[in-house]
Design a protein around this ligand. Structure first.
Ligand SMILES: C[S@@+](CC[C@H](N)C(=O)[O-])C[C@H]1O[C@@H](n2cnc3c(N)ncnc32)[C@H](O)[C@@H]1O
Length: 198
């Protein structure tokens, strides 16, 4: 499918130049859904490259159609599981911003282990971020947000940054628009991999 990124191998780590143009910052949107955020970001910032990661085929097809229709040359979508993509495929220090927006909150206690934001996952994120690269997590689910903050505190290797609403260009996601239409508000967590690691 046009717009789809298919790795040459699923069992070895990729090189950065397989994923994006060599001189461009790379941004990843994990669980990109219908691609609303991905497409708007890619359209607004043509000098950066974007990769959406989404496991559902129907959504991947929709994102591909939208990317193609918009004529975007800096956005692609990978049909794969987010954790696997980060832990096993993406190269070290390759990503400038990693977005995790409105992920499934898994509210029941017995399902919390399915949540993406866990210390081991943060460790994998830290590995793929460039020094100074950012992890941006947004959710309407207050308890998952607090959980995310606790995991980041426990990991203790990211710097926390302020993220007031509208402080920089950040298009709304499809789910964000749905939740806000229902009167819910969003919680934002923005972290940076330190430029100098201890
Ligand atoms: C609640 S939706 C949010 C979609 C989009 N980020 C937004 O805000 O509109 C969560 C999306 O993540 C995808 N997803 C959930 N878990 C995933 C995983 N482990 N790997 C890849 N995609 C995942 C779902 O299929 C769904 O499209």
């Amino acid at each position: 499918m046009a717009g789809e990124f298919v790795p040459k191998h699923y069992f070895r780590r990729m090189e950065r130049d397989e994923l994006c143009r060599p001189d461009r910052p790379l941004e990843i949107d994990l669980g990109c859904g219908d691609g609303t955020f991905l497409r708007e970001m890619a359209g607004a910032v043509p000098e950066r490259d974007f990769l959406g990661v989404e496991r559902l085929l129907g959504r991947v097809k929709k994102v591909c159609r939208r990317i193609t229709r918009s004529g975007l040359e800096n956005a692609r979508v990978l049909r794969l599981e987010s954790r696997y993509s980060i832990e096993w495929l993406l190269p070290e220090a390759s990503v400038s911003r990693l977005h995790l927006l409105c992920p499934d909150p898994w509210p029941k206690a017995r399902h919390h282990r399915r949540r993406l934001v866990q210390v081991d996952f943060l460790k994998a994120i830290q590995r793929v971020l460039q020094p100074g690269g950012e992890f941006l997590f947004m959710t309407d689910h207050e308890e998952y947000f607090e959980w995310g903050c606790e995991q980041v505190d426990a990991f203790a290797q990211f710097e926390r940054l302020e993220w007031p609403e509208n402080s920089f260009f950040y298009p709304k996601t499809d789910f964000q628009m749905q939740w806000e239409a229902e009167g819910k508000s969003m919680h934002r967590l923005r972290c940076r991999k330190p430029i100098t690691e201890d």
